[in-house]
Design a protein around this ligand. Structure first.
Ligand code: NAD
Length: 369
């Protein structure tokens, strides 16, 4: 078991990673709950696989209420949020009660936001059950829902009281979801270098994505890294932007294809490749280490489904995003492995060439079966 403290100015909280036990979750909840009620929200697919066991454990120890939410990105909506409000208010939830979100990023984003906004804020805990949830979505207090104008446009920063990851839960995760989580891990590997890259590399070369010991190490290293970044910049005013490495092009791919065609983490893998190419085109880097890093990402492409993508629509999506955020689009590039920079000194022609090269690697990297 590992315990990482996420230290914030006002309040700190633990991220606990266990290989195969929920005992620590009970301890974390006992600290939060005396006579008050526990409201647990589960992702439906997770519930079908693990819910019986977990709900039995929790209901024997707490004043327990459970709700199962539909799986899928569509659940991160105002409609589902409104159903959660109606349920909690009809159950007379009080500000001393506690909410637990058990599922992937969809569940922790939505339920975290419900916790942030019900009665102006109720304490909550996150139990991520996907790899992407464990290494990224559950850490750092960004909660929210989607709007028809775009993804994650409505939300709040509302830090959980703890994050609890049980590696055992990942044994039932579909392979495609595992690769999507791996996209974020490879992002950290580029930003952090050294140990993280080493672990990720060994993991990938063996391609045993369900090895518990390696998953455990990667979740611990990723959680430590994200906790460090969030501590330095809780509200994304500066350093937290680094976590957007690979995401400018990644988001543009998701948008230009139509959401849901590629998983977020899959689009991030392609975005990372484009960012590496751009680091070279802009002369920020000529490092061989970056070429090796790119090869590692190319190796994962064989696990991705092939979708026809168009370089100018990706560029358009980047430009539109730029208009919404501010006049100058910032890119996270690498001068070397583990050495990121944030820059807006990038020419449109350089972006386009990088996207084209990435698309070429994608086309020939995917298994043609
Ligand atoms: N808040 C943040 O900082 C942050 C960061 C990154 C991503 N996100 C958000 O996270 C969401 C994506 O998260 P995700 O990739 O976890 O997707 P998800 O929550 O949709 O889960 C993916 C799939 O895995 C299933 N699942 C969950 N746990 C399982 C298990 N243990 N075994 C079998 N199946 C299981 C789910 O039912 C779902 O079908 C997006 O909405 C994204 O915007 C948020």
């Amino acid at each position: 078991m590992a315990r990482i403290e996420l230290k914030l100015k006002e309040r700190s909280y633990p991220i606990v990673v266990s290989k195969n036990s929920t005992a620590q979750l009970i301890q974390l909840l006992k600290k939060e709950l005396k006579k008050n009620k526990l409201f647990v929200f589960y992702d439906a697919n997770f519930y079908a696989l693990h819910g019986k066991k977990l709900s039995k454990e929790l209901s024997s120890k707490f004043q327990y209420n459970e709700i199962v939410l539909p799986s899928g990105e569509k659940t991160k909506s105002a409609k589902e949020l409104s159903k959660i409000y109606a349920y909690l208010l009809s159950e007379n939830i009080s500000r001393t009660d506690f909410i637990l979100a058990v599922g992937g990023g969809v569940t922790t984003d939505l339920v975290g936001y419900a916790a942030a906004t019900t009665l102006r804020g109720i304490k909550w805990g996150a139990v991520p059950t996907t790899l992407l949830g464990m290494v990224d979505a559950s850490i750092g207090g960004k909660t929210g829902i989607n709007h028809k104008a775009g993804k994650n446009l409505v939300g709040a920063f509302w830090q959980p009281s703890f994050v609890f990851s049980n590696i055992e839960f990942l044994q039932t995760l579909p392979h495609r979801q595992m690769i999507a989580g791996y996209g974020e891990i490879l992002k950290y590997a580029g930003l952090l270098g050294n140990e993280m890259l080493d672990v990720a590399e060994k993991f990938l070369r063996k391609a045993d994505f369900y090895d518990k010991n390696r998953l455990y190490r990667m979740v611990v290293l990723s959680s430590e890294y994200k906790a460090k970044i969030v501590k330095a910049d809780e509200r994304e005013g500066g350093k937290r932007m680094l976590l957007n490495f690979g995401h400018t092009v990644g988001h543009a791919i998701e948008k230009s294809l139509g959401y849901g065609k590629l998983l977020h983490g899959e689009a991030v893998l392609l975005g990372l490749l484009a960012a590496i190419q751009l680091s070279a085109h802009t002369n920020y880097s000529s490092s061989k280490a970056l070429t090796d890093y790119a090869k590692l990402i190319v190796d994962t492409l064989s696990y991705l489904p092939y979708k026809r993508l168009n370089s100018s629509s990706i560029l358009d999506a980047i430009q539109n995003d730029k208009k919404r955020i501010d006049s100058k689009q910032k890119f996270i590039l690498l001068t070397n492995i583990g050495k990121p920079i944030i820059t807006d000194k990038v020419k449109q022609s350089e972006i386009l060439s990088s996207i084209k090269e990435m698309l070429h690697m994608y086309k020939y990297g995917v298994k043609n079966d």
